[in-house]
Design a protein. Structure first.
Length: 570
């Protein structure tokens, strides 16, 4: 089965106009237009955003009430407890608010719930912890938007709550002192896609303005904003683009010893940090803390001023990430073997697997790998006693949430969206769920629904790959949702020499390709299976790739990072 369908953006009629307007090559003009940038001002913002492009935080509904209550608590020496979430966005949000409030009062603490014992969101247990600490105010960040009952209980216990959350609100907002969420129907804030740490930054901005803190007191935490925003996979446009661009630059020279230690543990100390380093290097180590243990350690790491403690905590997170990866691999191999050796599952349109041996913190990652392996929707369930918690993933155009919804009577609860979902289920219903899910997928999907799309920004000739183009491509970053790394395609290439299979597990492919008189290095991670095809037809190679710089032994060269290979006719 074909795994990738190549699709192209339309060729925009304004390409020549944009080329002339801002003096850029054709491919850059095409990419900008693909991103919806078609005026000079939009191009200026996209290529050179400034801090002046940020919106006034007081435009957000509830901000005045929130800041008044926080300022009042500080003035009255009330204890403030910051309640966060255990992922990167939640822990960086908590850290940013804690460090900001700490400048104004010692009466502040934080609390991150245990992923397995307490689960996600503002909880009655967390409220009880706040009460025991003598808090009068809880700042619930990156959670709480649907915690109506919990907020009511907090009020009965004499605690005020401010919700700072970016998730979609329910029909009724919690009865909190303030609910800061740009997705509120009655909120006119110009940008709706800030994540938790982005909202925390806006609160810190507003608080600093209210109490007279200097700008740099908040700006210094832009590194945390970039870390959380990039990891939370939110659209990198508007304010997110500004915050991430400046924050990534600040991360390079961060003064936070904990972040320095984390960067070092991830092997990024000597590198120019880009969004990919956060997503694949820093974020997994932070998430490992919540998946494998206590996420409060992340806030300790990001707030400590003790280098020895920072190194110790960073190493803990590093080791837990290694442990998590090992568990990923074991679970993946086990799940793959089950499917390949089971008559029903090997042919099922949708795969449901359950085991007591799988850690709940890794099943989402493993489900994604299973989808890649089998090109079908996969649900992995970690069983514990009479119930199990599941993570579901899919690819292509198939709507996963809708399919699971048709199995609702077999589930305790579920939630999610197009490509990912979570659920809980009673053990006695697992077998019936396997059958039902297969039937639902069979009835609602075709094989084409599971072909992932590779959307190509532009076809390009190798003679267009110049140092100026590489510089301009870098200016298009940071890359992420709504601004993916530009995907390019080149046809009719010729291999220069045989392809080399590399990597400790011999799964990667490295080779050189030529078009006319131009030769460029190429690398394909996990693409060793293409080696025989390339050897058989080295003169008919077509590639989809992103362009990157590769530095090795002090020398920097241009490299194609391969996304797909077609050999022969296309």
């Amino acid at each position: 089965m074909m795994k990738h369908r190549w699709t192209y953006y339309d060729t925009h009629p304004q390409v020549d106009q944009i080329m002339e307007l801002i003096n850029v090559p054709r491919v850059i003009a095409q990419i900008l237009l693909n991103r919806g940038v078609d005026t000079f001002d939009e191009a200026r913002f996209f290529l050179k955003p400034t801090m002046d492009d940020l919106h006034n935080p007081f435009l957000m509904a509830g901000m005045e009430q929130a800041i008044e209550r926080i300022a009042s608590a500080i003035e009255k020496n009330e204890h403030i407890m910051i309640f966060g979430d255990y992922d990167v966005d939640g822990t960086t949000s908590t850290t940013l608010l804690y460090l900001t409030v700490k400048l104004l009062t010692d009466q502040v603490s934080y609390f991150i719930p245990d992923r397995l014992k307490e689960g996600y969101g503002l909880s009655l247990y967390g409220i009880q912890v706040a009460k025991e600490r003598g808090a009068g105010l809880i700042l619930a960040v990156d959670c709480g938007i649907t915690a109506n009952k919990e907020v009511d209980q907090a009020r009965l216990m004499g605690l005020d709550v401010i919700i700072i959350d970016h998730h979609v609100p329910g029909e009724t907002l919690p009865d909190a002192v303030a609910v800061l969420n740009p997705k509120r129907m009655d909120c006119d804030y110009p940008f709706k896609e800030l994540c938790g740490v982005g909202l925390a930054y806006k609160v810190a901005q507003a608080l600093a303005e209210q109490v007279g803190l200097p700008d740099h007191a908040v700006y210094t935490h832009m590194d945390l904003v970039a870390l959380g925003t990039t990891a939370d996979i939110v659209p990198l446009r508007d304010e997110n683009r500004v915050l991430t661009k400046y924050g990534l630059a600040m991360m390079q020279e961060t003064k936070k010893v904990g972040l320095q230690a984390l960067i070092s543990a991830a092997g990024l100390k000597q590198k120019e940090i880009v969004s990919g380093h956060v997503v694949f290097g820093l974020a997994p180590r932070i998430n490992a803390a919540g998946r494998m243990g206590d996420a409060n350690r992340v806030v300790r790491l990001l707030t400590t001023e003790n280098r020895e403690e920072a190194d110790q905590l960073a190493e803990e997170l590093n080791m837990e990430n290694i442990q998590r990866r090992q568990q990923d691999s074991v679970a993946f191999e086990e799940a793959r073997d089950v499917v390949e050796n089971d008559a029903f599952l090997s042919e099922a349109s949708g795969i449901v697997l359950a085991s007591e041996r799988w850690h709940p913190g890794i099943i989402g990652i493993v489900a994604s790998r299973m989808v890649e392996a089998f090109s079908r929707p996969v649900i992995m369930i970690a069983m514990n006693g009479d119930t199990g918690r599941g993570s579901a993933r899919t690819m292509g155009d198939f709507h996963l949430y809708n399919a699971i919804k048709e199995c609702a009577d077999l589930l305790i609860q579920f939630g999610g969206h197009h490509h990912a979902a979570g659920l809980s289920i009673a053990r006695e219903n697992v077998t019936a769920f396997q059958q039902r899910f297969h039937e639902v997928v069979t009835a609602n999907a075709t094989p084409e629904d599971f072909i992932s799309r590779l959307t190509i920004d532009s076809e390009i000739e190798f003679d267009e790959v110049t140092p100026r183009l590489m510089k301009l491509l870098k200016m298009l970053g940071p890359f992420g949702p709504d601004n993916n790394h530009p995907v390019l395609a080149s046809r009719n290439l010729t291999l220069v020499g045989p392809p080399n299979i590399i990597g400790s597990e011999k799964t990667h492919l490295k080779f050189k390709v030529r078009q006319n008189n131009h030769v460029i290095d190429a690398i394909g991670f996990g693409m060793a299976d293409y080696a025989d095809q390339l050897r058989a037809q080295p003169n008919r190679v077509h590639l989809v790739y992103t362009l990157e710089e590769n530095t090795w032994q002090g020398k920097t060269s241009t490299q194609l990072r391969i996304k797909d290979i077609v050999v022969g006719d296309i």
